[in-house]
Design a protein around this ligand. Structure first.
Ligand code: ZN
Length: 162
């Protein structure tokens, strides 16, 4: 089972259980067997808790479900874009633990890991409100500008927003 296939399968309680098992020294494969998912999924979840919250002690006390926050807020369209519930022409926003993120950058971090400093998260699909990690890639400021002009959005500098 891949991560994306069991994205909605975890409740807050289950995530807490998973973190508890991890703290007790179980390997991710063992935890996966008990939770009915792969070790990969377990590692992704642990990774997200550490990356998003940075402080793993705080992460262990999380009382709400990150996945539910994320997965309830987009709609898949026929191009397999995960369209964040926002205006079609704009990036979406997400507020998480009092911090503000652009939803596509949040998605990138969630699925692929930390965004190196100075890099932009760009869309292969040219759909600014898409948060499908498969449609996102990293690029420089110059890549962003080139990409914009190639896709005919050169007159709309708001898309440069990081
Ligand atoms: Zn897309």
């Amino acid at each position: 089972m891949t991560f994306r296939n069991c994205q909605c399968a975890f409740t807050i309680k289950e995530e807490e259980k998973l973190i508890e098992l991890y703290k007790s020294g179980k390997t991710s494969t063992d935890i996966g067997k008990r939770m009915g998912c792969t070790g990969y999924t377990v590692r992704r979840i642990l990774h997200i808790y550490n990356i998003i919250l940075r402080d793993s002690k705080k992460a262990q006390n999380v009382r709400f479900n990150l996945f539910n926050i994320f997965f309830n807020k987009f709609t898949k369209n026929k191009n397999d874009c995960w369209e964040w519930n926002c205006k079609k022409t704009e990036y979406g926003d997400i507020y998480y633990r009092k911090n503000h993120y652009s939803s596509h950058r949040f998605s990138y971090t969630l699925f692929k890991g930390k965004i190196p400093k100075g890099l932009y998260v760009l869309h292969k699909c040219d759909n600014p409100c898409c948060v499908n990690p498969d449609h996102l890639f990293l690029g420089t400021h110059q890549d962003n500008i080139t990409d914009m002009w190639e896709k005919g959005r050169g007159t709309t500098p708001t898309y440069i927003r990081r």
